[in-house]
Design a protein around this ligand. Structure first.
Ligand code: CS2
Length: 494
């Protein structure tokens, strides 16, 4: 079937919106590292609005740090792709033109560094997932003994990590007398800007202290909170879209109506007028990040593990079960008590919205997709919340059940006896705990010893060990649906 591209876009049905600006006149002002579905459905859509408004300085060059799959999706389409917004039975699609194309970093690292060093580029944004920062999940420090990081410390002729590419490009800009670009992290990490700054400056210092100082002095690493649910596009989604439009779009992304981006207003140079597109610029992103990570992502991870164990393939199926819906309320109740929400965030309304967003059946959001990389996600989504509540002597029933769900998931076999692959950088470490044997208490204690996830303090916390041992025991003996029902019967936390 004919692919979507510059030469075929006019064949699309008129109901599909498309770029009205002159794409040929657009300059690349943004390089985005990690151009997956999330970037295409979130930041690129906000930037498209700026292009639509006539500011053509902000085209996006995408880069994939690992595989060539997004380049294969987008390059034959001249960077064009559709964003399908699904709300129950209603769906609208719009073609985005902001992205000019995709570089595959491992194939041509020098070209990517050179692109980032262009004087027209003012922003390098990132969605490389939690593990793409090569940070210790519990402490947030750059893991200098990680092989990819060690390779970047040894030499940057072909960087391997996102911080490595940034340091290589900033080094080149400094040599050429250019100012730095702004580094804008758009990953689900708390204080993502500070963490990125730490990683970049640590790496730069290890190579050349003067470069490290220059970056620390002149660089800008605003934190940002990003929010939009973007499930992985399936072959069936692409096939249905092709049938409906007459063109094949291998870059298609599907998402929900909701979209939010809060950015700390701290840039090293010019930036798109994102406010005009609905982005919130603020002095302090942290309370927004914490609320989102603990309420949305915390509940998501809990639903992912417990839901998948109980046989729910999709998030909307899990929350259709009243006991799982009650679990979300209980987890929210526990998390909300640890937050100091920013003025402008109505937590009760946000919580209610979240439940409706999770229930959006048209998204078909797989619990297994969210279950990925749990070791990188657990600290900021669940464990920091647990730490605060334990410090205050508060109960952690729902949070502990969610973490025990992650523990049970590490077994690699679901409640029906089907095996699956645990998709996580620490999968071999968690596997070894299960292989060592012992009952649920020993397994819970064994997994808690992974300090990169639990931190040195929680690894030794007896209250947590008891709560996790009991919750894991319930999951192993009776199953996730039973545990969630038992929790619902016990009622709301004190
Ligand atoms: C999800 C997030 O896959 C996951 O871990 O929790 O991608 C989530 O959909 C987004 O953060 C929503 O903004």
């Amino acid at each position: 079937m004919t692919r979507l591209s510059t030469s075929t876009i006019s064949d699309l049905p008129v109901s599909i919106a498309r770029p009205a600006y002159d794409r040929a006149a657009v300059k690349t002002g943004i390089v985005h590292l990690g151009i997956g579905a999330f970037h295409r459905a979130h930041q690129a859509v906000f930037t498209e609005a700026c292009l639509d408004a006539g500011d053509l300085r902000w085209g996006i060059l995408g880069a994939s740090l690992r595989s060539a799959s997004v380049a294969e999706q987008l390059n034959p389409q001249d960077g064009l792709y559709g964003v399908q917004v699904r709300d129950g039975s209603h769906s609208t699609t719009r073609v985005i033109g902001a992205c000019s194309g995709v570089l595959v970093a491992p194939d041509d690292p020098v070209r990517l560094v050179e692109a980032m060093a262009s004087p027209d580029v003012h922003v390098v944004s990132l969605t490389v997932t939690e593990k793409g920062y090569h940070l210790d999940p519990a402490t947030g420090a750059l893991m200098l003994d990680d092989p990819a990081v060690a390779s970047d410390v040894a030499g940057l002729s072909g960087p391997r990590t996102a911080p490595g590419f940034i340091v290589a490009a900033l080094e080149r800009r400094r040599e050429r007398g250019l100012g730095p670009f702004t580094c804008l992290s758009c990953d689900n990490l708390p204080e993502n800007g500070e963490r990125l700054a730490d990683a970049v400056i640590t790496l730069a210092q290890a190579r050349d202290p003067a470069l490290g100082d220059w970056i620390a002095h002149h660089g800008a690493f605003p934190s940002s909170m990003v929010d939009r649910i973007v499930p992985a596009t399936t072959e069936a989604d692409i096939a249905a879209h092709s049938r409906a439009t007459g063109l094949e779009d291998r870059g298609l992304v599907k998402t929900e109506p909701f979209s939010q981006w809060v950015i700390e207003d701290r840039f090293a140079g010019p930036r798109p007028d994102w406010e005009a597109a609905g982005v919130q610029l603020t002095g302090d992103v942290r309370p927004w990040e914490l609320a989102k990570l603990r309420l949305l992502n915390g509940a998501h991870s809990g639903l992912a593990y417990l839901g998948a164990l109980a046989g729910h393939e999709y998030v909307h199926q899990a929350v259709a079960d009243p006991a799982f819906a009650a679990f979300v309320d209980q987890l929210h109740e526990e998390a909300q008590a640890t937050l100091s929400p920013p003025s402008g965030l109505d937590v009760a309304a946000y919580r209610a919205d979240l439940k409706a967003r999770f229930a959006n059946a048209a998204l078909m959001h797989r619990t297994r997709q969210i279950a990925m990389d749990g070791s990188q996600k657990l600290p900021q989504r669940l464990l920091f919340t647990i730490r605060t509540r334990l410090d205050r002597g508060q109960g952690i029933a729902a949070l502990a059940l969610a973490v025990a769900g992650w523990m049970r998931w590490q077994a690699g076999v679901d409640e029906r006896g089907s095996a699956y692959q645990v998709d996580d950088p620490l999968a071999a470490t968690t596997r070894a705990v299960f292989d060592a044997g012992g009952g649920s208490d020993a397994i819970a204690r064994g997994l808690m010893q992974i300090e990169a996830v639990f931190g040195a303090d929680l690894a030794r916390d007896e209250r947590l060990a008891c709560a996790l041992g009991a919750a894991l025991n319930g999951l192993m003996a009776e199953g996730a649906a039973h545990s969630v029902r038992t929790l619902a019967r016990a009622g709301m936390p004190a």
